[in-house]
Ligand binder design. Structure first.
Ligand SMILES: Cc1ncc(COP(=O)(O)O)c(C=O)c1O
Length: 475
């Protein structure tokens, strides 16, 4: 069974206070108001949810805006420039994840979009029933619900170790093949959005391919943090999000094998996806145009390509060492505090990216997150992280707190988080908090909204959001 274990409290890990970000990101000098009237630099330790833009991305977007015009639809000079920029961005994005010669790169909105798109392309079984897809219960809902809705999805429960988990997948793939009901696709996260832990990609590829299935890697938490290559690993498809890859301009990508994408259901019906339309019949394009109906998001594509370029220029070992050092310090620092438990899935994980989830005994996760924001200017995530099946299995239906780091995180921000949680456990929160519409808020919150933001107040705005998104917040 998967375990919720206390991090090794006695592990000594040096302070990372002097670790500088690897690349500059926007917002690092934004001051956050605290309830006591002070302002401190905002510590964004929620990059696994949405990462700030790389400065290089912001610069590229600013440089592209004067060139912006319609894509694939205009004869004007700027339309042609924008079309060329869009197609060049597609190549850069594909290259970044090691697209093979015949792979297709489809520009989508985000990982959720990519997985929904592919769900419409999984070939049916020979008897005409929907293609079978195998997933783990550790998946983000985005790698769960599309298969449940569009395909014939089977869920394998994760095991105590990474090796046993891969073996359980392998056994189920073999059983399906032996029964003449083989799986078309194995779809697994490249790194857990709850613990950052990853399974061995080579073992997953072998398990899928040995039994006639393809492998999709949900790269939402992997691609921004590790150098990944379809060609080098043999993975068939990868999906990822621009807003988690330091390019928050509405782009994302699905990259992989052409045949399913050329024959699958066009993701959106509309202009750009068709060769010819009659009133009684339509001839659809091949991929990628087949799945990109409507006006393309050129800024989303260009910004994601700029992020890919900037990340590709960083020494992968430097990036890994930076994020590893910060994660190790978080795990050791938080785990050394009385009553704080760090969540782990697999002691033998093949790799772990910079995501650390924890609980504080006697303290609701929402309260911890509200306290960190209000009294320390630190942004983290709380809730069930769109991974309800996993959190239920871990006995964490009440939610947990997640801190995450990336290329733009400074070590000093990690030290602030560890110190703030220690202060919470030692002294409790200093402000008064209450729950409104399911959200923890500061009672009579004195913090102003940013000048020029047009907001009337954080409380009013958050409450509005909660009402509109019943069932989604704060999970
Ligand atoms: C592992 C994983 N997959 C998929 C998603 C969905 O990403 P998006 O919201 O960008 O579609 C997330 C988002 O947190 C994630 O962490």
């Amino acid at each position: 069974m998967t375990t919720l274990t206390e991090a090794p409290a006695c592990t000594q890990v040096d302070t990372v206070a002097d670790h500088a970000p690897v690349l500059p990101v926007t917002g690092h000098d934004t001051l956050a108001p605290l309830v006591d009237g002070r302002r401190v630099p905002y510590a964004n330790l929620d990059v696994a949810a949405s990462a700030p833009a790389l400065q290089a991305v912001a610069d590229r977007v600013a440089a592209t805006l004067p060139l912006y015009a319609s894509v694939h639809r205009g004869a004007g000079y700027l339309s042609q420039v924008s079309t060329a920029l869009y197609e060049q961005a597609r190549r850069t994005i594909g290259d970044f994840v090691g697209a093979r010669e015949d792979d297709v790169t489809i520009v989508v909105r985000n990982t959720t979009d990519a997985l929904n798109l592919l769900a419409g392309c999984v070939p049916a079984a020979t008897d005409g029933t929907p293609g079978r897809v195998l997933v783990l219960d550790v998946e983000h809902h985005a790698n769960f619900l599309p298969w449940q809705r569009e395909a014939d999805a089977t869920v394998v429960t994760g095991r105590d170790t990474a090796a046993a988990t891969v073996q359980a997948l392998r056994d189920e793939l073999a059983a399906g093949a032996a029964a003449g009901r083989g799986y078309a696709l194995l779809s697994v996260t490249g790194a857990s959005n709850v613990t950052g832990e990853a399974l061995d990609v080579a073992a997953l590829v072998a398990a899928a391919h040995d039994h006639g299935a393809r492998l999709l890697l949900d790269g939402a938490q992997l691609v921004p943090h590790r150098r990944f290559s379809l060609e080098a690993t043999g993975v068939d498809y990868v999906a990822f999000s621009g807003h988690k890859t330091y390019a928050p301009f509405g782009g994302g990508a699905l990259v992989g094998r052409r045949d399913w994408l050329d024959t699958g259901t066009p993701y959106l019906a509309g202009g750009g996806a068709v060769r010819r339309v009659r009133t009684d019949a339509t001839e659809w394009h091949d991929a990628p145009a087949r799945h990109e109906a409507g006006s393309p998001n050129v800024l989303g594509a260009v910004s994601l390509a700029a992020a890919c370029q900037a990340l590709a220029e960083v020494d992968p070992d430097e990036l890994r060492e930076h994020e590893d050092a910060l994660r190790r310090r978080l795990v050791a620092g938080l785990g050394a505090i009385d009553g704080v438990d760090v969540v782990h899935l697999w002691p033998d994980a093949a790799d772990t990216v910079g995501v650390v989830t924890f609980t504080v005994a006697g303290c609701d996760a929402g309260l911890v997150a509200a306290y960190l924001s209000a009294e320390h200017g630190i942004g983290v995530r709380d809730g069930r992280f769109c991974a309800h099946p996993l959190l239920a299995r871990l006995g964490l239906d009440g939610g947990a707190v997640r801190a995450s780091v990336g290329v733009g995180t400074a070590g000093e921000e990690v030290e602030r988080l560890v110190a703030a949680v220690a202060a919470l456990v030692a002294d409790g929160p200093q402000a008064r908090y209450d729950v409104v519409d399911g959200l923890w808020i500061v009672v009579d919150d004195p913090r102003p909204v940013p000048e020029g933001s047009g907001l009337e107040g954080l409380l009013a705005t958050a409450a509005l959001g909660a009402e509109d998104a019943v069932g989604c917040l704060p999970d």
